[in-house]
Design a binder for this molecule. Sequence first.
Ligand SMILES: NC(=O)C1=CN([C@@H]2O[C@H](COP(=O)(O)OP(=O)(O)OC[C@H]3O[C@@H](n4cnc5c(N)ncnc54)[C@H](O)[C@@H]3O)[C@@H](O)[C@H]2O)C=CC1
Ligand SMILES: CC(=O)C(=O)O
Length: 318
Amino acid sequence: MKKVLIVGAGAVGTSFAYSLIHKGLIEEIVLYDIDEKRAIGEALDLAHGIYFTKPVEIRAGDLKEAKDSDMVVITAGAKQKPGETRLQLLDRNINIYRSLIPEIVQSGFNGIFLIVTNPVDVLTYFTYKFSGFSRNKVIGSGTVLDSSRFAYLLSRHCDVDPRSVNAYVIGEHGDTAVLAWSLTHIGGISLSEFCPVCGKRCFEDNVKEAIIKEVRNSAYKIIEYKGATYYAIGLALVNIVEAIARDENRILPVSIVHPEIFGFKDIPLSLPSIVGRNGVKKVLQVKLSEEEERELYKSAKLIKEVIDSFSSLSLSSL
Ligand SMILES: NC(=O)C1=CN([C@@H]2O[C@H](COP(=O)(O)OP(=O)(O)OC[C@H]3O[C@@H](n4cnc5c(N)ncnc54)[C@H](O)[C@@H]3O)[C@@H](O)[C@H]2O)C=CC1
Ligand SMILES: CC(=O)C(=O)O
């Protein structure tokens, strides 16, 4: 892949850029921020480190740079204050997207959007609507980060490397995120079979509930302690970009706008999906437990309600 434009050179945008320059996947990285000086300063700081990484050109630029970019990754916008939900950011961040997306499309951009700004699912939906792009080319980072948090916690409980844990969080990247225990495997063994192998019997005693709570509350805790989350999402974004750049067909729980889920039309949420050069190639039909299905329904219903309450307002300005 040749060129990536990062829109928003704040903590998330620059953590992503910092992780990306170590990979040697991209020839050119351009940082754009409404705060022009910030973008120039961050690009220079990163560029001075290229001596120690892989060859890449990194510089600041404007939105016209989208024209020949393969991907535009959008991290611009407000972040949560301590205690604030992701959905509470929508009325601020929708206005940014309403102006950014048409400008990016008008540049002639024809690549893949990767949406990161919160609430990520709802903004993935509005990017899809504002851009007119096909569903597979408008991707939200979705629950890729939540899934890595889930795998990390399981790896610590089960005393195995997180990379040997296959775990998915699906649905909303938010308070209704669904931990899909029934899809979880460790070294190819389902969790219920792994427990007796391990012998610690740690999934008795409400440990499951504690893990669900910890995954859903991770962002709140980190924001309370240090103001924002950015390193893990930066790495998660590199994982998604790598799957696209190398046409890997990697299975990732990214968010796209699904034509219909539970009878709700045009619903953005995350399900395990095959990701390659053209974005999402296929969404997997996963078999969930009844409880997980109920939780996923709740997640879809909430997203639908939020979209409906903003739709007339936001789409009328197109
Ligand atoms: N999807 C996910 O898993 C995650 C999403 N996030 C979200 O990412 C977003 C960014 O977070 P941070 O980087 O920590 O915030 P930040 O405040 O450090 O950076 C945001 C940047 O956006 C820029 N910006 C604002 N309006 C703009 C516009 N119209 N055009 C270009 N740039 C503009 C600001 O100048 C600032 O540099 C937040 O919405 C946050 O909630 C954060 C972590 C994980
Ligand atoms: C902020 C955010 O969305 C996260 O860290 O999950």
